[in-house]
Design a protein around this ligand. Sequence first.
Ligand SMILES: [Zn+2]
Length: 169
Amino acid sequence: MIGQAHGKFGGGKRRLIKQTQKKTAEGNKPNFSAMCMVGNQSGAVGIGLSRAKEAVSAKGKALHAAKLGLIKVRMGCGSWKCGCGMPHSLPFAVTGKSGSVEIKLMSAPKGTGLAADDEIKKLLGVAGFKDVWSKTWGQTRHKINLVNAAFEALKKLSGTKSERSVRQQ
Ligand SMILES: [Zn+2]
């Protein structure tokens, strides 16, 4: 896990790096998986995942993919306990699924903070959310699936909520 850096979007960049060894005929070959989250802290967020032989190129590819996959999410205050109308949380609850992991993100009143797994906190943080409640099911130790599931949930808040995603359900 590498900390926050200031990027092009004026917001945070978070990366998750994983190194795996693969046994091949030539011996052990390291393989790097990198996950990158980008956001502008006011509703734009993207994630990228890549694999490469070197950590540097894995990170670069992940960052590129994250920037290409940016989505714009709607922010709001969907908590009946709050009702301030400020865009500090989600306008309504959303769910997402990836592999065996399922997540529900819910609007929380101001001051709650991000009540979620560390990786989800980072994703919600770069997107700009301040107060969110979450609930997860499945193998949440699988961080990449967890982040993917959260991103799938956020897509449902996307301004470009296409008919495609509605039809798939
Ligand atoms: Zn509020």
